[in-house]
Design a protein around this ligand. Sequence first.
Ligand SMILES: CC(C)(COP(=O)(O)OP(=O)(O)OC[C@H]1O[C@@H](n2cnc3c(N)ncnc32)[C@H](O)[C@@H]1OP(=O)(O)O)[C@@H](O)C(=O)NCCC(=O)NCCS
Length: 245
Amino acid sequence: MPDLAVVTTADRPDLADERSAALLAVWPEFVLHDQVNDRLMDRVTSAWPRYDVTILDAGQVVAGGWAIPLRWDGTVPGLPDGYDGALITGVSGLEQDVAPDTLCVMAAAVRHGRQGGGLGGRILAALQARATGGGLTRMIAPVRPVLKARYPLTSMASYARWTRADGTHLDPWIRTHQRLGATILGPAPRSMVVTGTVAEWENWAQMAFPETGRYVVPGALDPVDIDVDQDIGRYEETSLWMRHL
Ligand SMILES: CC(C)(COP(=O)(O)OP(=O)(O)OC[C@H]1O[C@@H](n2cnc3c(N)ncnc32)[C@H](O)[C@@H]1OP(=O)(O)O)[C@@H](O)C(=O)NCCC(=O)NCCS
């Protein structure tokens, strides 16, 4: 991969639009409607552009990932409540002048047509180098395993134990983290909570929800609860905490 360059948003703020156009398309639509994310993202973008990494191939955006610094006591009970909890911990730590010691990897994305070629791992390695360079001694991630959406009825605790005959994990994204030295800490329940009206959910999922019940939705790691009488759909995603440093 000779033409690859790793830059941060601190170096190249001009890439924001190209990056969004290339990378937002890889997510299921509902993921982009997390209310905690909506509330805090501006703060994250302005505070930590140095932990917002982009990979360019011959000048074109092919992958990106971002992380936030936060304080963590190094214990499993002391972990934030997944993705949303990490955002809240990171931003409130910033506002209260709490010195961070941990980099929390929030997302990584590789553009369509370039997945499966090792770029996801490159993003994790780039963020780890920035953690160390920024004086942060730990790196954790609320991981969204890529194949978990095929098993939405299975608990994350069970899924986390699934290995292949060669002993490596069944899930390729967990494998990538493990190859870089990460270990599994445990499930993060309510990592990301997305609520919307039934019409919004029908639009996000491109499915009809004619009656109240639990539904399996493409791209969702857990079922979505739809309540037609209350006109609300609620999704609580469980992710998997992993630790790199
Ligand atoms: C998850 C993601 C970042 C991984 O990056 P990547 O560069 O495609 O993955 P890698 O090249 O590191 O691939 C590692 C392994 O995953 C496999 N793989 C990657 N994407 C896969 C997919 N969608 N389905 C099945 N296998 C996949 C690769 O073949 C490779 O397998 P191996 O362990 O046998 O070698 C990327 O696929 C992506 O952007 N997905 C959509 C967004 C997402 O879910 N991000 C993760 C949550 S933050």
